[in-house]
Design a protein around this ligand. Structure first.
Ligand code: PMP
Length: 467
């Protein structure tokens, strides 16, 4: 799009310099950043965002899989402003409380599967997962099973970056040159249909993964395992949709061994797959815990939540042992302004029937993206509804990857952005996770841009000798 006039209220160059000199960005490659600096996003409305130079883009990633209701919702801003003006913050420790946190807890209990009626608040996804593991350990300690400590996670899982959440995370490159906790987590194989062992059909692959779980439990001993944590669809690890029946069968095995099932619905929650919660509606599981963040407040304010089953709450929430003090929580657990944002966000999701929109437009998006498979570098197009991914490969037959220095994901994202669409590069992958207000027309526009971007990428890879 033709650049609009540069806004006069923000000094683009000063900000660019200040950012480069002082802002340590998360998940940033400094070999590129020092030269390139930041891209300042200054405005956002509906499905669009705009940078400081006035360039307007379609948001293909909902901020960071979180702005589910779309940008510029004045009514969320108003709800936050009203709460901040009336009572911006007060403690929720002990018996102190605030109305938005209370209302939101009741609303979440109403929306969640029937057995999940209790909410522990945190500040985002990492802290929700971190708090959950502490609560799960506490639960088994109270039950007199202090050896049940080990957590089963999966390779390529993403659960956050606090020390504990990073230890749950199974994306190797995320932990390069970082440390993780020793002896706490065992990573099982990820469920990756595209790269499953040669010769297995989907059902056999599912059997294979369930058998691995059974073998792992036999090896470690169920008495030493507290919980299994899984994203219903793995997100940052490559939008990996498990084989049919996988989650329910995993849960069956876990139940038989008294191992808790934690669903990390930080991305899948609040409509991305067409339902407020995917666990029960899409995957036929009844997790003991569901963790939420992102779409819970659509990113308008930081917020995380752990939904706890009645069975767990009976043990966590009753006085026993050393006096019944649940000594964990954050200053901002149940922050009133964040909870006010979440309540308004949920009101919008329900009023505008955005889950129904995702159920209607999602399959259309899946089909439209599938047409991109004709490009020579597109090895796989996968995902479900508004959680999609393109896997770029150097050779479709062997599924061989481009060398890392080809930066193929960056190339595709760059070419798309040049044409007015922001998607997310993750290594050799490109993620598309739009706000839930995308229509069929938006899909058409975005996929036309991606079509051109992939053609331009192939050309640039050829020019540089990678293809
Ligand atoms: N769990 C999942 C599945 C996530 O995708 C993320 C963030 N992308 C997190 C947890 C961590 O959330 P946060 O960045 O809010 O700490």
């Amino acid at each position: 799009p033709a650049p609009a006039p540069v806004p006069t209220t923000l000094d683009a160059e000063t900000l660019w310099r200040q950012d480069r000199d002082h802002f340590v960005h998360p998940f940033t490659d400094f070999s590129v950043f020092h030269d390139k600096g930041c891209e300042l996003i200054t405005d956002a409305e509906g499905i669009h965002v705009q940078d400081i130079h006035g360039n307007r883009f379609i948001d293909g990633i909902a901020g960071l899989w979180c702005v589910n209701v779309g940008h510029g919702r004045a009514e969320i801003g108003q709800a936050m402003a009203e709460q901040a003006t009336r009572m911006a913050y007060f403690s929720t420790f002990n018996n102190l409380s605030n109305a938005p946190a209370t209302r939101l807890a009741a609303k979440l209990a109403e929306l969640a599967p029937a057995h999940l009626n209790h909410v522990f608040y945190s500040c985002g996804g990492s802290t929700a997962n971190d708090a959950t593991i502490r609560l799960v350990h506490y639960y088994f300690n109270r039950l007199g099973k202090p050896n049940k400590k080990r957590i089963l996670s999966r390779h390529n899982a993403y659960h956050g970056t606090t020390y504990l959440a990073a230890s749950l995370t199974g994306i190797e490159s995320n932990n390069w040159e970082f440390d993780t906790l020793d002896g706490l987590v065992t990573h099982l194989s990820e469920a990756n249909l595209y790269r499953r062992p040669e010769g297995m059909d989907e059902a056999q692959y599912c059997d294979h993964l369930v058998a691995e779980l059974e073998a792992t439990i036999a090896e470690i001993g169920a008495d030493n395992i507290a919980a299994f944590i899984a994203e219903p669809i793995m997100g940052a690890g490559g939008v990996l949709v498990a084989p049919r029946g996988y989650h329910a069968r995993m849960q069956e095995v876990l139940r038989a061994h008294d191992i808790l099932y934690i669903a990390d619905e930080v991305v899948t929650g609040f409509g991305r797959l067409g339902h407020i919660f995917a666990s029960e509606a899409v995957f036929d599981t009844q997790p003991d815990v569901i963790n939420l963040a992102k779409g819970l407040s659509s990113g308008y304010a930081p917020l995380g939540a752990t939904l706890i089953s009645d069975r767990l709450y009976e043990v966590l929430g009753t006085p026993q042992g050393k006096g019944g003090v649940l000594s964990t929580g954050f200053t901002y657990s149940g922050h009133p302004v964040s909870c006010a944002a979440a309540l308004k966000n949920i009101e919008i999701l329900e009023r505008e029937e955005l889950c129904a929109n995702v159920r209607e437009v999602g399959p259309y998006l899946e089909q439209a993206l599938a047409t991109l498979s004709r490009h020579p570098t597109v090895g796989d197009v996968r995902g479900s509804h508004f959680m999609m991914c393109i896997e770029n490969v150097a050779d479709k037959d062997t599924k061989a990857l481009f060398p890392v220095d080809a930066r193929v994901g960056d190339r595709v994202a760059f070419e798309a952005q040049q044409r007015g669409l922001i998607i997310r590069p993750v290594g050799h992958l490109n993620v598309i996770s739009p706000p839930l207000i995308w229509t069929r027309d938006t899909v058409d526009e975005a996929v036309a841009i991606l079509d051109e971007a992939l053609a331009a990428t192939a050309e640039s890879l050829r020019r540089d000798g990678y293809l």
